[in-house]
Ligand binder design. Structure first.
Ligand SMILES: [Fe+2]
Length: 439
């Protein structure tokens, strides 16, 4: 059980709150790059701050949403070659938050320094790996991590899932991999009206091992004394799944009761008429555009589990995130063995928040350019997880990754684009070539 003060401290993400200040030490993905190609300015809410993100002739900008003049909503501003112009009275702002023009003021008072005395909030933005990243903390900004997985051969898709609950209760799912045995495995059988087979994997022990950027999870299953590695989690807000990096999920707090999960999935293998084929490194494409879509998680207990709970792994997690409400009351919990990872995470968040409050550098902030080059992560070489085999057709289908790892709702045109790209990548390859090489 967590005390009320800790519960509150864990939930808050605004500037000035302990965990809010901690989160401001990391680059956060706030949109997909393609979204700004489709619409050059859009509102963004992150860590409780209302901002607008735009793309002008010089690159990207991220500034306060409300015009300092009369609080006009700058989501409706016009993007110019350099900066954005408020549609209300034409004030022009650049990516540094400077006011460059005030048309009528300058016409009437050409010598006035009014515009030089007006500034708006502004944060740096970087484009990388198909995503746009923001840093909301004090200068100098650290380096944007260069994970090796960003270079996996295959085809990459991004999904941004809006979830109406606090970010910590979503992270806690990654620190509790025992839940796969129940939420994703057994429940899948029940959801599909199938009997749970007598012998399904069962956890007998688990442990977490520390490394530089986070932790890896290992489990023991009934009938074996071997530690099986499964999950890699990066501090403070990234799920790196098996550690290979072709599947990464950033948990980005919008505010205390809303979160966006940013999934970045590189499909590394594809089903052909002859069998599943891996994309070899030699066929790495220069994918210039990473397609992206948005989805919204919801849970309606009156209506019961919707159909996609029985076919999509990510959907099943909605129940664990949203079931306890937008902000779980941690004073009512009764924690036991399965929750050791969660307690470890909560302790670490508060401990690292203290490090920041005392002027220190928290874990996993990267500043050394030598270190920041295609960083590989420890984890499982192959999937030791329990993959919810109660889902119909989960094994061996060409669209297995969409169902297992991306939120429901992928638009048909993106699915088609991915299918065509993947078919082209694996064309002419023998289905078993990679198996022989791995042995
Ligand atoms: Fe899960």
């Amino acid at each position: 059980m967590q005390g009320e003060d800790d519960t509150r401290a864990l939930a808050q993400v605004a500037a000035g709150s302990p965990v809010g200040e901690l989160l401001r030490r990391y680059w956060l993905p706030i949109a997909a790059a393609v979204e700004l190609d489709e619409r050059r300015i859009r509102p963004v809410r992150v860590l409780g701050e209302d901002l607008v993100l735009y793309k002008d002739g010089g690159g990207y900008g991220l500034v306060g949403r409300w015009c300092p003049h009369r609080q006009f909503d700058l989501s409706f501003a016009t993007v110019e070659e350099c900066g954005i112009r408020c549609s209300f009275h034409g004030w022009l702002f650049d990516a540094q938050g400077r006011c460059l023009e005030q048309p009528l003021e300058q016409a009437v008072h050409p010598e006035s320094t009014f515009k030089d005395r007006v500034r708006t909030r502004a944060y740096p933005v970087q484009s990388k790996a198909g995503l746009l990243w923001a840093y909301l903390g004090p200068a100098p900004a650290p380096l944007l991590p260069d994970w090796a997985g960003f270079y996996s051969p295959g085809y990459t898709v991004v999904s941004l899932l809006h979830v109406p609950c606090n970010w910590v209760q979503i992270m806690e799912g990654f620190y509790d991999p025992v839940h796969v045995e129940w939420l994703h495995d057994r429940w899948s059988f029940h959801l599909n009206g199938r009997a749970v087979p007598a012998r399904r994997p069962r956890h007998t022990a688990f442990r977490w091992l520390d490394f530089e950027y986070g932790v890896i999870f290992q489990r023991k299953l009934a009938g074996s004394d071997e530690w099986l590695a499964d999950r890699t989690v990066l501090f403070p807000n990234v799920d790196a799944a098996g550690g290979q990096g072709w599947y990464l999920t950033w948990v980005v707090p919008v505010d205390d009761t809303h979160t966006i999960l940013v999934y970045r999935l590189t499909l590394t293998s594809w089903k052909t008429p002859l069998g599943q084929v891996m994309v070899p490194a030699s066929r790495r494409t220069q994918q210039t555009r990473v397609p992206a879509y948005r989805a919204h998680a919801s849970l309606d207990a009156e209506a019961g589990p919707p159909e996609h709970f029985g076919s999509h792994l990510v959907s099943q997690d909605y129940a664990s995130w949203l079931g306890p409400g937008p902000l779980v009351d941690r004073t009512r919990e009764h924690l036991g063995e399965t929750d050791r990872g969660i307690l470890m995470f909560r302790r670490k968040l508060l401990e690292q928040a203290r490090v920041v409050a005392e002027g220190g550098e928290p874990q996993a902030v990267i500043r050394d350019p030598q270190e920041n080059h295609r960083i590989t992560l420890p984890g499982a070489r192959k999937g030791y997880g329990i993959r919810g085999e109660g889902l119909p057709g989960l094994t061996g289908e060409g669209d297995v990754m969409f169902r297992a790892f991306l939120p429901v709702g992928i638009p048909p045109e993106i699915r088609q684009e991915v299918e065509q790209a993947m078919s082209a990548l694996v064309e002419g390859l023998r289905p078993d070539w990679w198996k022989r090489r791995a042995e």
